[in-house]
Design a protein around this ligand. Structure first.
Ligand code: 5RP
Length: 223
């Protein structure tokens, strides 16, 4: 029986196999954040000479990439990326996701939006029928924390401030439990429209294009 860590390692290795044919001297990759993304960075490192560099979705991933000698580019320096590779906290069969367990949701959404393809790398524990068991992270401007929390309560959620945590953008995170997420794209649009919300951790208006799912038997591709 493979442990969750071993499953994460196998999907990270599969993601490297997935991106290898896309690499080239001018290619910049989009790289996500979290323990699975960390393993992807580690597995990518031996191939560093085969691509130009990466844009990271967090300071944490930028440091890990740089530590491996992979050049890190500011997104403003980059016109496009063939692929963005990142984990998720939950993913459904329609490739809608909850992300932001690591607090990097806003930069993740921005970098993913510039890439041609979002490749989500997860172990099978992340595949769910309906999103929402994992508390939905919502990044908020600090002065709007309480007003946004009231709006979330009005939608049936139970927001909790992620204590002692400040995002790379200088903002705060409300982790919201109890939401029924039957229509992820509609909820994403509604939440992103609340004044003071920087972004919510639903990735449904633009979900993943491909998911690599590590199971006990193999790594499966979902599209
Ligand atoms: C970070 C994220 C991560 O992709 C998500 O939390 C999954 O993390 P892990 O790979 O550690 O399970 O969205 O903001």
């Amino acid at each position: 029986m493979l442990s969750q860590q071993e499953l994460k390692q196998s999907v990270a290795a599969a993601a490297v196999e997935y991106v290898l044919p896309l690499l080239g001297a001018d290619v910049v990759l989009g790289v996500g954040t979290g323990s699975t993304a960390d393993l992807f960075i580690d597995a990518l490192a031996p191939h560093r000479g085969r691509f130009k560099g990466a844009v990271a979705s967090s300071e944490r991933s930028a440091a890990r990439l740089a530590g491996h000698g992979i050049e890190v580019f500011d997104l403003n320096e980059v016109r496009g990326m063939p692929v963005y590779v990142d984990g998720a906290d939950e993913i459904d069969a329609g490739l809608n996701m909850i992300k932001g367990g690591g607090g990097a949701l806003t930069r993740e959404k921005i970098v993913a939006s510039v890439a041609e393809r979002f490749v989500c790398i997860v172990d099978e524990s992340k595949l769910v029928e309906q999103l929402g068991a994992f508390p939905l992270p919502v990044e908020v401007i600090p002065m709007a924390r309480a007003s946004v929390a009231r709006r979330l309560e009005g939608m049936g959620g139970r927001p909790q401030l992620r204590s002692g945590f400040v995002t790379d953008n200088g903002c705060q995170i409300l982790d919201v439990s109890g939401l029924r997420i039957a229509a992820p794209a509609a909820m994403e649009a509604e939440l992103n429209n609340v004044p003071g919300v920087v972004t919510c951790g639903l990735f449904a208006l633009a979900g993943a294009d491909v998911a690599l799912l590590a199971t006990q038997q193999s790594v499966r591709e979902l599209r």
